[in-house]
Design a protein. Sequence first.
Length: 401
Amino acid sequence: MVVILLTRHIGCPRVKFNAFLQFPLFIESEFGSEVSHANTTDIPRENLLDLTPQGAEDRLRAFFEGLGQPGYRAKQVVRHLWVVPVSSFDAMTDLPKHLREELGKTFEIPRLTVAARQKSADGTEKFLFRLHDGEAIETVAIPEGKRLTLCISSQAGCALQCAFCATGAMGFARNLDVHEIAGQVREMRLLEPPIDVTNIVFMGMGEPLMNWKSVGSALTILNDPAGLGIGARHITVSTVGVLPGIVALGQRREQFRLAISIHAPSDDLRRDLMPINIKYPLADVIEAAKEFDRRVTFEYVMLGGVNDQDVHALQLAQLARECGAFVNLIPLHPGGARGFHPTPQGDIIRFARELRAQGVEVAVRKSRGIDIAAACGQLRVERMGRRPPRTPQQHGDVQVA
């Protein structure tokens, strides 16, 4: 079963709206069902990058056996998908030319096209990738000492319409396929010179736990030594609190990290900022965080005069203590503000001090990429404009675990 969340909000930018013109309460379990795709008259080539490394090896082994070739050829190809990626089968020069030609007849390894690339004075780089159907997604590379974190997207646009988010302003187009998610990291390795990614955060465009089928397989590729080989503890999945997805992530044997976008410490304020709170109220989200068997991080964007008062710090501290969460305070990027204003730095420090006084571990995230369009969705909106959100009839591919 496919599910859709579509909201439209009316009100002033101080988040005093109470009218929801359309807000289906939507989510049902999606395990076991398959997303259907339009039939074509031509037989398409198989996309090896949509398969996990083991799945690709199994398929290639059968392919090479059909050609009378030894099974080790499959491992040769799989190595060139992710570990030492190449741009085409022709570049797999450790394979005979006739085998490269046969591979090209049956399979494909599609690239993501760089439509724009911006670099900040602080070293942050933002990429706008154009997809095969004309949609576009954003990826941000954030260096910090020996670590480089890549912030990746899981959907083209977003259906959740959070009041302060630039991605929510552009509307929702579709879920990303597996290769479009993991491929954002692959493209970093194909750059000249390559960008060596050490950490991954699913904090780009879209809600990853509403695209669980693709995200689940992408997590395997990101972590598998035969894939991109990034340690599970260096991969964080961020969610607004989609409960079935949190359960599914917690059932994975790998130690993937979970970050929950809280952004408001009370149901009333959170409903105004994040309409998803109608479906998943704070009490249920906190209970899910308690059940998650690894430490959870609360993401909390600081909105001047909205969620940054002393009473909010006390409420947030209580929530964090309930589930032992670490709190990450995020200065609002002006490019994603949509009428909101960043909390002054001094007030953020005061807010953090109050959390620590309540026994909560807290960090204040550095603002990065201020001189470029680094807010989530900002570059995509600047280059391609906004569009109205799609309805359930126009796209049925929003789904959760």
